[in-house]
Design a protein around this ligand. Sequence first.
Ligand code: C5P
Length: 221
Amino acid sequence: PASIVIAVDGTSGSGKSSTSRGVADRLGMRYLDTGAMYRAMSWWMLSNGVDVHDTDAVAAAAGKPVITSGTDPLGPTIALDGADVSVEIRSDKVNGAVSPVATVPEVRARLVSLQQEEIARALAAGTGIVVEGRDIGTAVWPQAAVKLYVTADPAARAARRAAEEGGTDADAVRVSLESRDKIDSTKGGAAVPEGATHLDTTPYTLEEVIAQVIEIVQTAA
Ligand code: C5P
C-alpha cells in the first residue's frame, strides 16, 4: 500500500473507530486514535488530583503525562506512563472530563504535536497511517491524501456506543454523547475538513463502510 495519511474525522459513535482500525488492518497501515490521547490526558488529570474544570491547573499539568501510541491497529493503542489504560479511558469519569480537558489550548498544542510526530514516523517507516479524531483533516494533517468525515444518526450512534460500553443504557449514552458533541463543536476545534468525503454510516454495516473507504483510498492513492 502507498505510504499515505488517511484522516478520519467525525462524531463519537459514528463508527469511525471501528472503520479506521479495520481499514488500517486491511491495508497494512498504522493506526492512531487521537481521541484516546485526549482520554489518556484526562485520566491522568483525574488520577493526579487535577480539577478538570480548572483551566489553569490543566494547562500547567498538560506537559506531564507520557502518552505513547502502539502501531498495531488491532492492539491497545495508547499507553499512559508506559501502562495500558484501554479500560480506564472508556470510563464514565473520563467521558465526563474529556471535553473540558480537550478545550484547553496547552493540551491541544501538546497532543497535536505528538500526533504530528507519530504521523511523520509512520511516513518515514513507509507504512502510512490512519489517523482518527476531530481535527485531523483541519489542524493536525490538512495535507492528508484522503480525508473522511464520518457521521451517523444520533440514535444509531448511541446504540453503538452503548453496546461498546458493555450494554449501558442507550438513552443515557445519547445524552452523554450529545453533551460532548456540543462542547466539541463549539470549543474543541471540530469541523468538516475542506475536501473531505462525507460518509453517513447509518444504513451500513461495518464491513460495508470499510469496503467503501478502501474504494475511496484506491481511487485517491
Ligand atoms: O473520539 P472520542 O470519543 O474517543 O474522543 C473523545 C473526546 O476527545 C472528544 O469528545 C473530544 O472532546 C476530544 N477529541 C478532540 N480532538 C481529537 C480527538 C478527540 O478534541 N482529535
